[in-house]
Design a protein around this ligand. Sequence first.
Ligand SMILES: [Zn+2]
Length: 240
Amino acid sequence: MNEIKKFFEDQGVSRRDFLKSLLKISAGATILSAIPSIVSATTLSEWKEGKRFKFDDTKIKVSEEITLNDEAEIGAAVVGAEGLLIRETDLQFTRSLERRIRTDGVVIHHVGNTDKNVNAAAIHRWHINNGWKGIGYHFIIRKDGSIERGRPLESVGAHCYNQNEHTVGICVVGNFELARPTQAQFRSAEKLIGAICGLYSIIPNDQTIVGHKYYNRTACPGTYLQKWVPDIIRNANKFC
Ligand SMILES: [Zn+2]
C-alpha cells in the first residue's frame, strides 16, 4: 500500500483525491485496477498521463540544459488539415496513442518552467522522461508564432487532468507568469483555435476555450496569457 501512496504522492495527488479516486474506481470496475504494480502497462501509462488522476504540467521537470537544438526549428511547415501552416515534427511516441471520441473544447497552456523558446521536440523529451508516451499537447506555438505539431490532432492528449478525453491541448511557449506572450503567438493562437473550432464545430466561448486553470488548480497558462484568453476567443470566432 505504501508503494501506491508514494506513486500518488509523486503524481501530486492528495490523500483526499486518492481516496476519492479509489471510490470511483471500485464503483466503476475493480479495486485491483487501483494498484499500479499489477495494472497493465497501458492503464499505468494512462495514470501517469493524468488521464484519470491529477496532472499538472507546471510540475514537469525541465532539463536545465536546454541545448541550441531544443530551440531550433525542426521539420518543414506544411498546410495541415487545420488549413494552417503547421511544422510537422514526426515525433515518435513510446506507446500507441488512443483516438479521441469527442472534441468539444480547447485547453491553453504555457510551458511555465522556462521562458526559453523551446520546441516541440524538447517538450516531447521532457514528457517521455516523465514516464508519458510523449508530448502531451497537440500543438506548440513558438515565440515567433510558428506552430508545431505535438500529438496527432485526433489522439487523446495528456495535458489536463480529467479533461483529456474531450479537449485539444495547445501549449504557448514561455512562462507567462513572468513574461508576456508575443503578438505573433497571440495571432497564431486565435487562428489555430479558430481552425480547431471549425473542424469540430465548436463555438468559441469562455467554456469551450479555456486556460488550464479553468479545470485544474494550477497557475498555467500564466497571468499574462490568461488575461488574453477573452481576446483570443473573440478573434477565434473570425477564423472558424
Ligand atoms: Zn497547463
